[in-house]
Design a binder for this molecule. Structure first.
Ligand code: MRU
Length: 350
């Protein structure tokens, strides 16, 4: 990755391949400190995904791809003849690290199919494939950034969670649209939901935008309905963890509410996601597994208990927005207005 050419506005790298191993920007510590976690094996990689060192659907997929290079290296060193048997077992474990973001399964499938074709030491070829996945993701983000920006005609935008450079190979999906729209003078600024309980909005989205001088205003997500009623926001722009075959969209919990509010107040609702996030194997949103994370993420904050002992918490970290609330689905292959089973099938077949 070190050799990859970077454009001037491609400034943040959450995932990198450095000196023969995987390096992850530790997103749990942002914005207080910029620190890295080095992964030398697949177990550490899977743990980093499960523990939110790296998060965001495309970034999880790219991390998995590099982790698979590490797995192949270890398996081949252990048994150069039969290495693929253990390798495939290890990939099955990796696939369970987080269930909703389909980019994880997508990257595992692409890397394992490629591995099946290899003879001899697999490391160099697999690293080249992982790097291709990474580069293609960045290219897709630039393309989606311009396509999504083309739909915007003034006002501010509201985003949820972090679908920026930190959540992808670089540049971002929803924040790619924001970057492109800001550069071409189409938006006045960005409202960002703080995004409980991990605060991806206040910690990560604000961090990215402040560094680039894009005006950002934070709000508790409970305030977003009032913001949309007040006027001045032209589009809600979000990413996705999985888009089902009928166009239903799984994304950070709270996205569904935003889509309802946007429709009620005549504000556009745009989902920006590469085709690696589209899962034609999930017929609709009900088929998408929604990750439940520990209750303590809600009951505690920064180590302090907030709720009285005896309180339970419900912590689904994603929700599903029905396709009929989506005004535009922006992918690197093009834009679909009002996605449904037919137009999404045509796009995926193209
Ligand atoms: O729990 P997270 O932080 O991994 O959730 C991330 C999101 O919901 C993003 O919106 C989604 O993965 C798209 S990132 C381009």
């Amino acid at each position: 990755m070190r050799g990859m050419k970077r454009r001037e506005d491609d400034t943040v790298r959450a995932v990198d391949w450095v000196d023969g191993h995987l390096r992850l920007l530790d997103q749990r510590r942002l914005p207080e400190s910029v620190g890295y976690i080095d992964c030398y094996g697949l177990d550490e990689t899977a743990l980093a995904i499960a523990d939110m060192v790296v998060r965001g659907a495309p970034a999880i997929g790219i991390t998995a791809a590099y982790g698979i290079v590490l797995a192949a290296r270890a398996c081949f060193a252990g048994d150069p003849l039969q290495w693929k048997v253990r390798f495939l077992d290890e990939l099955a474990v990796l696939g369970k690290a987080r269930p909703t973001a389909v980019n994880l399964a997508w990257a595992i499938r692409r890397m394992s199919r490629f591995a099946e074709t290899l003879e001899g030491s697999p490391e160099a070829a697999l690293l080249a494939e992982a790097t291709r996945i990474h580069e293609q993701d960045i290219e897709a983000n630039y393309r989606m950034g311009d396509l999504g920006s083309g739909l915007i005609d003034g006002g501010a935008v509201l985003t949820h969670c972090n679908a920026g450079a930190l959540a992808t190979g670089g540049y971002g999906t929803a924040l790619g649209v924001v970057r492109s729209a800001w550069k071409s003078g189409k938006i006045t600024g960005v409202f960002a939901d703080e995004t409980r309980p991990w605060l991806q909005g206040s910690r990560l989205t604000a961090w990215e935008l402040v560094q680039e001088g894009i005006p950002v205003t934070l709000l508790c997500e409970g305030a977003s309905a009032s913001l949309l009623r007040r006027g001045g926001v032209s589009w809600v722009v979000v990413g996705a963890d999985r888009v089902a075959a009928n166009g239903d969209v799984a994304n950070k919990v709270g996205t569904y509410g935003l889509a309802l509010h946007a429709r009620r107040h005549g504000v556009g609702f745009m989902v920006v996601a590469p085709t690696s996030t589209v899962d034609m194997g999930s017929a609709d949103g009900d088929a998408i597994p929604v990750e439940q994370r520990p209750e303590d993420e809600v009951l505690r904050f920064a180590g302090h208990r907030l709720a009285p002992e005896g309180t339970r918490a419900w912590n689904p970290v994603f929700d599903t927005t029905p396709a009929d609330l989506v005004d535009a689905l922006v992918t690197e292959r093009g834009v679909i207005l009002r996605p449904d089973t037919g137009n999404l099938a045509r796009l995926m077949a193209a």
